[in-house]
Design a protein around this ligand. Structure first.
Ligand code: SDX
Length: 421
């Protein structure tokens, strides 16, 4: 079988090599396209364009497969802790018990932030969206840790990774406490990584707090499911910002802003707001389905559709099952879950959705669990960022280690031609 493709243009034929991944995916290597033909490609939204080779995450949109470094998310959700998965994504292998203890211990020890970060937090209005605050505080971390990191030094890189993994949950929890007008909590090093997230978000000053196993198990699973997703919008942002050799913290701060958008990570908040609007409107899901299909109406069925998954998002399957379990364990009957299920059934049987292969994605059910766990809607995308942090770190590290060139796409100019003033 030919391992190249031919392009004929005007009276010439050009040949370009095919590259093939370990999962037999194939791509046309067009690095020499412009030099050979004077042409560039045109692909808004990069729907057909691979930006890199990566060894971190494999997903198959047709088959609904998602694996981190070869391990299926189904296995990892059942058998691993989030911090184990973070280690796997970042360093490439599951940690030995000794490595896991050391990694966890180093993170616990670094779970403190400079008190002056509170001054920055205080300057935000209470109504500020937590994602905007988190992006700013993450960028501010650079000011308190100014020494740039030598990418060639594994020790320096490890220190920066530990620092970000340790401090990010503190900043994330503080964005929640700020919105609620509550005192800020410090990490408690007797807790695990996920227990600490719950502790810092929910511990009230006037009473003891012990994170519930239901909460910790559900959070562990949710954070694992959000941990990486190959070259999605926010990860591509982290990579392209890092490709200019901007630091890890600055690159992650830009990824937080990209994730905030309602078409991306912000969809989990938009899903609940949509379901609540349907409930307030009397629960008429058919009316909202019609709006979603009406080209004149900007309304979209949030939590549905995906750039890559043209089948059920495997994460949505796991989260939907977990939502049922958590609500049952907590004895909660959330009418919004019933609305979500009837919407799903209608969409899965609707020709418009079937033709466009629009299925529930990771954001469709996650908000229902967060809500049941007492996490406020405006914090849902912050929870997504908490999960995605190790993926962003792993992808940034891979890009820098491979010394990828600075990301700088081309364009087709359609503006005015030369004219005199
Ligand atoms: C995440 O990339 C990742 O991996 C992201 C993510 C991750 O883990 O990082 O998986 C997380 O961001 C999940 C997606 C969350 N976003 C939403 O739920 C928002 C609602 N979904 C849509 O906005 C949309 O489906 C996208 C943005 C997710 C994907 O958009 P695409 O791939 O650009 O597809 P498209 O907009 O070209 O849609 C194709 C067709 C269009 O109709 P036609 O023009 O062909 O007639 O499907 C329609 C769209 O109008 N369509 C929808 C729809 N999604 C697509 N119609 C109604 N409701 C929707 N939700």
């Amino acid at each position: 079988m030919s391992d190249s493709v031919k392009l004929s243009y005007k009276d010439q034929t050009f040949e370009f090599p095919l590259i093939e991944g370990t999962e037999k995916e194939k791509g046309i290597d067009i690095k020499s396209l412009r030099a050979q033909t004077g042409l560039i490609t045109y692909d808004p939204g990069y729907k057909n364009t691979g930006s890199c080779e990566s060894e971190i995450t494999f997903l198959d949109g047709e088959e609904g497969i998602l694996r981190y470094r070869g391990y299926s998310i189904e296995d990892l959700c059942e058998k691993a802790s989030f911090i184990e998965v973070a280690f796997l994504l970042i360093f490439g292998e599951l940690p030995t018990p000794k490595e896991l203890n050391l990694f966890s211990e180093e993170i616990r020890k670094d779970s403190l932030v400079d008190e002056d970060l509170k001054t920055i937090l205080k300057s935000f209005p209470k109504a500020a969206h937590p994602m905007g605050v988190l992006s700013s505080l993450t960028s501010a971390l650079i000011a308190f840790n100014p020494n740039s990191v030598d990418i060639e030094s594994d020790a320096e890189m490890r220190e920066a990774i530990i620092m970000l993994m340790a401090k990010f949950p503190i900043l994330a929890s503080w964005t929640h406490r700020k919105v609620k007008g509550l005192p800020l909590n410090y990490a408690n090093i007797s807790f695990s990584y996920v227990e600490n997230i719950a502790h810092m978000m929910f511990k009230m000053p006037h009473q003891e707090y012990e994170p519930s196993p239901v909460l910790v198990n559900a959070l562990n699973k949710l954070l694992i499911l959000h941990a990486d997703h190959e070259q999605n919008c926010s990860t591509s942002t982290v990579r392209i910002v890092g490709s200019s050799h901007a630091g890890l913290f600055a690159s992650v701060s830009s990824g937080i802003s990209a994730l905030w958008g309602p078409l991306h990570g912000g969809a989990n908040q938009a899903v609940i707001e949509m379901l609540e609007a349907i409930q307030a409107d009397g629960g008429d899901t058919k009316k909202f389905m019609a709006k979603a299909k009406d080209k004149e109406d900007p309304f979209r069925l949030m939590g549905f559709g995906h750039r890559v998954y043209k089948n059920f998002d495997p994460r949505a399957r796991i989260i939907k099952k977990a939502a049922d379990e958590v609500l049952q364990e907590l004895g909660i009957n959330d009418p919004v879950l019933e609305i979500a299920k009837s919407l799903e059934q209608e969409a899965l049987n609707d020709p418009y959705f079937i033709k466009r292969k629009l299925y529930p994605n990771v954001d469709f059910y996650s908000g229902i669990i967060y809500r049941a766990l007492g996490i406020p809607t405006e914090m849902f995308t912050v929870m997504f960022a908490l999960g995605r942090l190790p993926g962003w770190i792993a992808q940034w590290l891979e890009m820098r280690k491979k010394n990828e060139p600075i990301g700088r796409p081309r364009q087709i100019y359609t503006g005015p031609t030369a004219r005199t003033f």
